[in-house]
Design a protein around this ligand. Sequence first.
Ligand code: PLP
Length: 404
Amino acid sequence: MFRINDNFTKLPGSYLFAEVARRKAEYLARNPGKSLVNLGIGDVTRPLAPAVIGALHKASDEMGSAATFMGYGPYEGYDFLREAIVENDYAPFGAPVRADELFISDGAKSDCSNIGDIFGTDNTVAVCDPVYPVYVDANAMAGRAGDWDGGRWTKLVYMPCTAENGFMPDLPEEVPDMIYLCFPNNPTGAAATKAQLTVWVDYANAHGSVILYDAAYRAYIRDDSLPRSIYEIPGAETCAIEFGSFSKTAGFTGTRCGWTVIPRALTCLGKSLYDLWMRRQSTKYNGTSYIIQRAAEATYSPEGKKQVAETVDYYMENALFIRSGLAKAGFEVYGGENSPYIWFRTPDGSGSWAFFDRLLREANVAATPGAGFGPSGEGYIRLTAFGTHESTAEAVRRIAALRG
Ligand code: PLP
């Protein structure tokens, strides 16, 4: 008789956003006519840039002609996109990444979870706490997390990120084999400095750990002294894999395109991690569509860059509005300066879910409870800047009114 992967049965029942959606639906069913303002969403709301739409049309037309039709593409992605990413996202920042170290994909979520395929299931894994839940669940599915004890995974190394340490994880006492880092961070909105990342790169190189660096929110960095890539740190090429995404940079959440960098210098006992990932991708993945790769390339054209930057600026106006509005109302607010996420402490020590329910009932605002991102998220709430200016202003007004 066949058996299932038992690790799936260990996963706690309700995924965070499913529970949030359930509570919202229940509230609305009980209170017909009420309208909620949603600042819980992690999805973008602005449409694709005109330059991207133009590229989508053009590439679609190419597919309709025998002379320009494209079939299966290279597993690692087309050179035109790999080169555009390097020219625009790495070279200007002094990150010595080469186009032949990049793999184009359908987004960062699949890559940062599938990357586990090339690592032993007996590796220990460290995650920030709170954390983007995908790293945790993907490793739980692979059997690296141990058992769920009702509050945490028995084998994961949790690295608390709280106001007390400026939302920057401390080096763990037990040395992990795989270390997930994400800056600018979802959910706390914290952004790492070069000095902070240098500590991690040196630690990983000294202990033989690999850093899995999620840079999905790099476009939101406003402070030019902050690194957009871990490869701005000398030594990262021998210890780090980086994930990039067009989702939040260019509104590709529904269009799907991202990339992974695996430096040629990154090896384990003489084996190239680039080669292992190429072997994995060529077996399990047939590439991101040509049309979508052309659309991603268009984000780097002169007009594409301008249009994409305008959208990011739009969201950052929301972020700063939320940040200053809540601070003025007396909340303890973090993030939102180099990130589309605002992270604030619940007033009067109330729990995340309790204050989430209060926001829902009394302010009619949907947020995301910090506890859903990990034990150290307890007592915090996450808001996002991905709404419209109007809905953001309304939400801030309603939340501020709670403070009287
Ligand atoms: N990484 C982080 C930290 C995220 O918050 C998200 C989406 O919310 C992703 C990756 C997913 O990116 P993509 O849409 O490229 O799969």
